[in-house]
Every structure is written in C-alpha cells, then in structure tokens.
Ligand binder design. Structure first.
Ligand SMILES: O=C1O[C@H](COP(=O)(O)O)[C@@H](O)[C@H](O)[C@H]1O
Length: 240
C-alpha cells in the first residue's frame, strides 16, 4: 500500500507512528518486538524522532534491533549503519546491548554473513516466526537493503544472510536476502526526495526486471508491505 505525504517531515512522523503501533501490538501479544533497521542516508531522522518525540511511547527494553544490511567496515566507522543507529537511537534511549544485534564486521564478509544468519535463526528459533518489522530504504539505483543490481544475491532462493561485493566501489556489504526479508510480518519502505522518484517509479510501476530494479523482489509471503513516500519521491507514479 502507498502512503504519500506532502513533506519528508510528514512521512517521518507517519512512519514513526506506524512503528509505535506495531511495536505496542507485538509487545502486547508476544512480549517483544523485533525490528530490522535500514541504513544509508534516509532513516537517521526517523531514529532521532523515535528517540525524542516517541521515547515514552514504547517499552524499549522489549524491542530487539537487527540490521537489514551493513557496510563491511568497523563499528566505529562513519559508514557503519550500526554507528548511525547507535548515535540516533540506541544511545539516546539507553538500549541494552543484549537487545542489539549488530553484524560482526570484524570477520571476513562470508563469515560475518554466516554468523549473522545463525544469530537470527537462534533468536527466532523459539517462536518460529520472523521479524515483526523490516525497515527498508530505496537507493536511486533501485537497490534496497544491499540487494544491488546485477549481484548474485538477487538469485538467493533460501532465506538467509549473504555477503555482496560491489564491483564499482570494490567493497563488501552484508545483507538479509529477499527470501528472508519476505518472511517478515511487516515491511515498510521509507523513501523521500526527488532523487528517488525514478527508482520509485521503476520499482512500483515498471515491468518486472529484478536485475535492474532489485527492490521488486520484495513481496512479503504473508505479511504486510507499506510504502511511506513524500510527494517528491512519488511524483512520477501514475497511480497514487
Ligand atoms: O534499505 C536500504 O536502502 C538504502 C538506500 O537508502 P539511501 O537512503 O542511502 O539512499 C541502503 O543503502 C541501505 O543500506 C539500506 O538499509
């Protein structure tokens, strides 16, 4: 479902409220809420908003934080998704380390992916369900998480975590693959700014071409998917 708002601030507020509703529902039902955070440039303001305006609206000690993807850099590197979330969300809310599951980027990428998959499997072993919420962004090249155009991970068929080598940047990333993302109870894309309009159009309305538009792989099996867009990002959509 598409949710289009006038401004980026409106989008962020709507997604923060959606997060709070899902968290409280899951905590009421299962006594915990599991979320995989997105990285990159878009979600920082969302995390800051949750940590300030919504700090007293969730039992944060019952929230378990994972990452949809991670750069293969140390946890104190400026490109680290973990570092961004730590500064914007974990530190202000004083989240206990036991509730945070960062990717172990001290390992070789393949090993880091394997270990992260094992941690996820162990966490969900008891209740046999997947994430309550996976937050995603959308790159202007139509990647989401670290599912980049023309990378082998696009052909993963078994839910898991994979390493991805980006030829143009000569760097690795670690990512949940599409089958694992699609097991989530809820998936929310956060996309704002005119720079994302072409990608939004391709992913939502263009013919299927997963090599070019990997975010088209995201189709929850039984869960719900919501797009949170501003007018600028939605400007090339024919149907809103
Ligand atoms: O889902 C995600 O999307 C972004 C792209 O977002 P951007 O705001 O940086 O353009 C991606 O790179 C990020 O790591 C990921 O979690």
């Amino acid at each position: 479902m598409l949710n289009v708002f006038n401004t980026a601030d409106d989008v962020l507020t709507a997604l923060a409220e959606y997060f709070v509703i899902l968290a409280n529902e899951a905590i009421k039902k299962n006594k915990k809420f599991s979320v995989a955070l997105s990285g990159g440039s878009s979600p920082k303001k969302l995390y800051e908003l949750l940590a300030t305006s919504y700090h007293d609206q969730v039992e944060w000690e019952k929230v378990y934080f994972f990452f949809g993807d991670e750069r293969n850099v140390p946890q104190d590197h400026p490109d680290s998704n973990y570092l961004m979330a730590k500064k914007a969300l974990f530190a202000p809310l004083m989240i206990e380390p036991a509730n945070i599951f960062p990717v172990d980027t001290s390992l070789e990428p393949k090993e880091a992916a394997k270990k992260y998959q094992e941690e996820i499997e162990e966490f969900f072993d008891e209740d046999e369900q997947s994430f309550d919420l996976i937050l995603l962004g959308l790159g202007d090249n139509s990647h989401t998480a670290s599912l980049f155009p023309h990378t082998p991970v696009l052909h993963d068929r078994v839910p898991g975590v994979s390493e991805v080598f980006l030829q143009d940047q000569q760097v690795y990333r670690i990512t949940l693959n599409a089958p694992l993302i699609n097991e989530a109870q809820n998936i929310a894309f956060l996309v704002y700014g005119e720079g994302k309009a072409i990608a939004v159009h391709h992913v939502i309305e263009d013919d299927e071409d997963i090599e070019e538009y990997p975010a088209q792989l995201i189709e929850p099996i039984v869960g719900d998917i919501q797009w949170f867009l501003d007018e600028a990002a939605a400007s090339l959509l024919r149907h809103k």
